[in-house]
Design a protein around this ligand. Structure first.
Ligand code: GLU
Length: 291
């Protein structure tokens, strides 16, 4: 497949109407440009039994279709391990023994951005590493040799964000999201990444990693999130927000999303006629759950 878009939910529970809106946008971006559209279930972490199946049912109920069977990241561990092994062999990584707490409490180095990995384990000697390995299994971090990276985003233009020594494989052996997403998008032929703009500042590190692995960098479009009435990111605790909860209360979920996008039509295909990224609402969408 040469041109492909995707939606990549984490099956940690039911999708809420903001997630469904992002899914519809990813479908519209892909289909309006003649791309294939894939679903990838990002179940390496926080997956709940049955959640993936429910998410797929809700996406189908919304009228979305996709090409091929959805893939699950848990079935693709060998791909992630191969990429990590390559980076390790190329000297692009280091073992990190820090706990979350140690990282939070470490003084941040003056030339590193706030919140960035403080570099504690970067220069450990082989002897120190051997001692620490007996205590705990290390995480593998990227030995970043840039401080920032720039990507092009269809909605945000040029976006530059910090790149730090981010985790590639966690101490419990699970490949990190930033690594898996890059490997998967390449392996699945994805050249268009449409997702919520909470991930906008992750795109530069992912693009940098793709570059290090010699992979093509996809086109990005980070779309505005849904907010609750208090202006915070919409969440399950905000009330009736899932497809099923809203439908039970008589809300037409598709119509609500289409209206929020200013697009006329009652099926995804009908929205394609008037879909134009240039006229998409750029502000977050405030959703007030029915009471
Ligand atoms: N699985 C991520 C999420 O649900 C999305 C990852 C992506 O689209 O790159 O937030």
């Amino acid at each position: 497949m040469s041109a492909t878009g995707r939606f990549a939910p984490s099956p940690s529970g039911d999708l809420h109407i903001g997630n469904l809106r992002t899914a519809l946008l990813a479908w519209l971006f892909a289909r309006s440009t003649g791309r294939a559209f894939l679903i990838r279930l990002e179940d390496l972490d926080r997956a709940r039994p049955g959640a993936a199946e429910r998410q797929l049912e809700d996406l189908r109920a919304l009228g979305l279709d996709w090409d091929g069977d959805p893939v699950r990241q848990t079935g693709r561990r060998a791909l992630y391990d191969t990429a990590i092994d390559r980076l390790v062999a190329d000297g692009r990584t280091f073992e990190c023994f820090c706990t979350r707490r140690e990282i939070l409490e470490a003084p941040s180095a003056p030339h590193r951005p706030p919140g960035a990995y403080p570099g504690t384990c970067r220069e450990l000697s082989e002897a120190e590493r051997a001692t620490r390995r007996a205590e705990r299994t290390p995480a593998i971090r990227l030995r970043a040799d840039v401080e920032a990276w720039t990507v092009q985003d269809l909605l945000h233009g040029e976006v530059t964000a910090d790149v730090d020594d981010f985790v590639l494989r966690r101490g419990d052996g699970v490949p990190a999201y930033n690594l898996a997403v890059v490997v998967d998008d390449d392996e699945q032929g994805v050249d268009q990444v449409v997702r919520g703009d909470d991930l906008l500042t992750s795109a530069p590190r992912q693009a940098h990693l793709a570059d290090l692995l010699g992979l093509d960098i996809p086109k990005y479009a980070h779309v505005p999130l849904a907010l609750n009435a208090a202006g915070q990111r919409l969440a399950k605790r905000d009330g009736a927000v899932t497809y099923r909860e809203l439908t039970e209360r008589g809300v037409d979920v598709f119509a609500t999303i289409a209206e929020s996008l200013g697009l006329p039509g009652s099926t995804p295909r009908q929205l394609l006629d008037s879909f134009d990224p240039a006229t998409l609402p750029r502000a977050p969408w405030t959703f007030k759950p029915p009471t």
